[in-house]
Design a binder for this molecule. Structure first.
Ligand code: IPM
Ligand code: MG
Length: 361
């Protein structure tokens, strides 16, 4: 099968981790007889440096022509990088928001899994972490506060800023359907997270999610207020299967969930539209402090490539091969610096990629 993949190496550690993910995909292609066709595009700071904007229309069109997009990370140090002296709509993150919107990537899947081999890295008490957890945050990605009208004004010498939170029922319905569909393939439980005790947008969210739930009698639905969810994530993460939530809540809760695993360098993500097309990226950022030093953990990007094979290409066997190779490398005691623990062997980014490739061949 021919797989047309647009790559966004991006900024910071992005180029290093994407290189390892490509290496892994090439090993899969060789073993299972596929043909990977990569085209790179610039986004974020890398695009600002060349084109003066964080994403060009040409780059979007290249991405659109592919079957899927594999991304590293974008952005730099917000206090020292010149990119952050630019107007907000010209900064690296604006490129990411623009590509999400342009490609209609409304469904963001962020799994947070406690790997048995890395249980020691979990910051929770043993009595909580020993139950293990495996949840998926389904975050709405193209609506809400991120894309509402915003402005900053000054009235009578008083500065004032407004951001608006809007959802219509279609936007809620399509993400809820994705959430229930995926719960059906997992532990059949959806926790819909909102702030329905205060916000109208949340009350509509809750009503529409309940309508969608009627088509999924085999899936259990519960509602949870976002503040309570933030608490439950550290108190009893094992209770969650699919967490379904709006853009801003999902941004915050997915960072919290990843921290609870203790190994954000391991967490992949997918952003999908209503076809098979998707953008796949690690959940972590661009870590400019360790960029170019061969210190980054490429596993989250490699697992994102695995998600790409699974969700955009239906290549489950090939995705399993990557997931199993990653598990085996961990079992064999290899760790990058961020997940290093006593008795293990510390390796760099490239070596970690090589070790995973060896276990695929
Ligand atoms: C994320 C990031 C982005 C977001 C930023 C970089 C705009 O935090 O992907 O979670 O808030 O969506
Ligand atoms: Mg975030």
């Amino acid at each position: 099968m021919e797989l047309k993949i647009t790559c966004i190496p991006g900024d910071g550690i992005g180029p290093e981790i994407v290189a390892e993910a490509k290496k892994t995909l090439d090993a899969v292609a060789l073993k299972y007889g596929h043909d990977m066709k990569y085209t790179d595009i610039l986004m974020g700071g890398a695009s600002i440096d060349v084109h003066g904007v964080p994403l060009t229309d040409e780059a979007v069109e290249t991405a659109r022509r592919a079957d899927a997009v594999l991304m590293g990370s974008i952005g730099g140090d917000t206090t020292t990088s010149p990119w952050y002296k630019l107007a907000p709509n010209l900064r690296p993150e604006a490129g990411l928001l623009a590509i999400r919107k342009a490609l209609n990537l409304f469904a963001n899947l962020r799994p947070a899994v406690l790997y048995e081999e890395l249980a020691g890295a979990c910051p929770l008490k043993a009595e909580i972490s020993e139950k293990g957890f495996d949840m998926l945050i389904m975050r709405e990605l193209t609506g809400g506060l991120y894309f509402g009208e915003r402005r900053t004004t000054e009235e009578n010498g008083v500065r004032k800023a407004v951001d608006t939170l809007t959802y219509d029922e279609k936007e809620i319905r399509r993400i809820a359907i994705k959430g229930f569909d995926i719960a059906r393939k997992r532990k059949k439980k959806v926790t819909s997270v909102d702030k329905a005790n205060v916000l109208d947008s949340s009350r509509l969210w809750r009503a529409v999610v309940e309508e969608v739930a009627k088509d999924y009698p085999d899936v259990t639905l519960e509602h949870m207020l976002v503040d309570n969810c933030a608490m439950q994530l550290v108190k009893d993460p094992a209770q969650f299967d699919v967490i379904l939530t709006e853009n801003m809540f999902g941004d915050i809760l997915s960072d919290e969930a990843s921290m609870v695993t203790g190994s954000i360098g391991m967490l992949a993500s997918a952003s999908l539209n209503d076809t098979k097309f998707g953008l796949y990226e690690p959940s972590h950022g661009s870590a400019p402090d360790i960029a170019g030093k061969d210190l980054a953990n490429p596993i989250a990007t490699i697992l994102s490539a695995s998600m790409m094979l699974r969700y955009s290409f239906d290549l489950d066997k090939e995705a399993d091969a990557i997931d199993n190779a990653v598990k085996q490398v961990l079992k064999d005691g290899y760790r990058t610096g961020d997940i290093m623990s006593e008795g293990c062997t510390q390796v760099g980014c490239k070596k970690m990629g090589d070790l995973i490739v060896e276990r695929i061949q």
